[in-house]
Design a protein around this ligand. Structure first.
Ligand code: CA
Length: 266
């Protein structure tokens, strides 16, 4: 739905001389900031509504449709993730009191998976403690029932505006691409899955923009908050990551006296 540019070819070289390959990681930026509402309405906004009160849901689907939103509706918390996986939504309207899986659980699991979809919570249980708890759990906004649909629309538009205006940055090295928006690596068009530590190390390398990073740099950035870790842990991790990167066209090279750098394999 959101138009995205292609990743920047990794053609820039760092000032550091090296014998083979070339350094990677320069970001390609694109953003929808500055587009006005009329343009967004032309693009169309698609919402997912998770609400078990069918009369309310039915009314919301029809009312929001009149304002240009396309709304899909699920009545069970367990169906939210499946819907989000199959379709791109601009925002999720999430009722907290849902059968199957409570709204709080849905919210937590989406944020644990780092799903970036903007989430507006709808609830009848309006207390300060609950507002604070849901916002802390990763909700973007909160609206108590009963509400005016004009307020819901205004809040949704503000959410989508913020979300679309956010810069999405991609870092690439050959076929390997890191999307800082979704926090995922892709190889070609396919998801390139890694362990949490491998992910952190590779992200650090690809975002370094071709500058070599020392073992100490990597230790500090990858093992944050873990003072027990020694430099050997970085070596082990580099070794594992080199194996994972075999035949991908991207490699981690060692520059003597300078550190490690990610580059396109020669
Ligand atoms: Ca409910």
């Amino acid at each position: 739905m959101m138009r995205q540019g292609s990743a920047h070819p990794c053609a820039m070289r760092s000032a550091v001389k090296r014998s083979a390959g070339h350094a990677c990681g320069f970001p390609a930026l694109w953003t929808m900031a500055g587009r006005d509402l009329a343009v967004w309405m032309e693009i169309g906004m698609r919402l997912l509504l998770a609400e078990d009160e069918s009369a309310l849901a039915d009314w919301l689907v029809r009312t929001l449709a009149q304002s240009g939103f396309q709304v899909d509706w699920v009545a069970d918390g367990r169906l939210v993730r499946r819907a989000l996986r199959s379709t791109h939504y601009d925002a999720l309207i999430l009722d907290l009191g849902l059968p199957g899986l409570a709204g709080e659980e849905v919210l937590l699991s989406l944020r644990q998976e780092e799903d970036p979809v903007p989430i507006l919570i709808l609830t009848a249980r309006d207390t300060l403690a609950e507002r604070v708890a849901t916002l802390r759990a990763g909700a973007d906004d909160f609206l108590a029932k009963p509400f005016e649909v004009e307020e819901l629309e205004a809040r949704l538009l503000a959410l989508i505006r913020r979300s679309r205006g956010r810069e999405i940055t991609k870092f690439s090295c050959g076929q390997l691409v890191y999307d800082a928006g979704t926090k995922r690596f892709e190889l070609g068009q396919a998801l390139f899955s890694l362990t949490a530590r491998e992910h952190a190390l590779l992200k650090t390398l690809i975002q370094a923009g071709g500058e070599p990073l020392t073992k100490r740099d990597l230790l500090e950035r990858v093992f944050t908050g873990d003072s027990e870790v020694h430099a050997e842990a970085v070596e082990v991790l580099i070794h594992r990551l080199r194996k994972r990167l075999m035949h991908t066209g991207t490699q981690i090279s060692t520059l003597r006296g300078l550190g490690y750098v990610l580059e396109v394999a020669p």
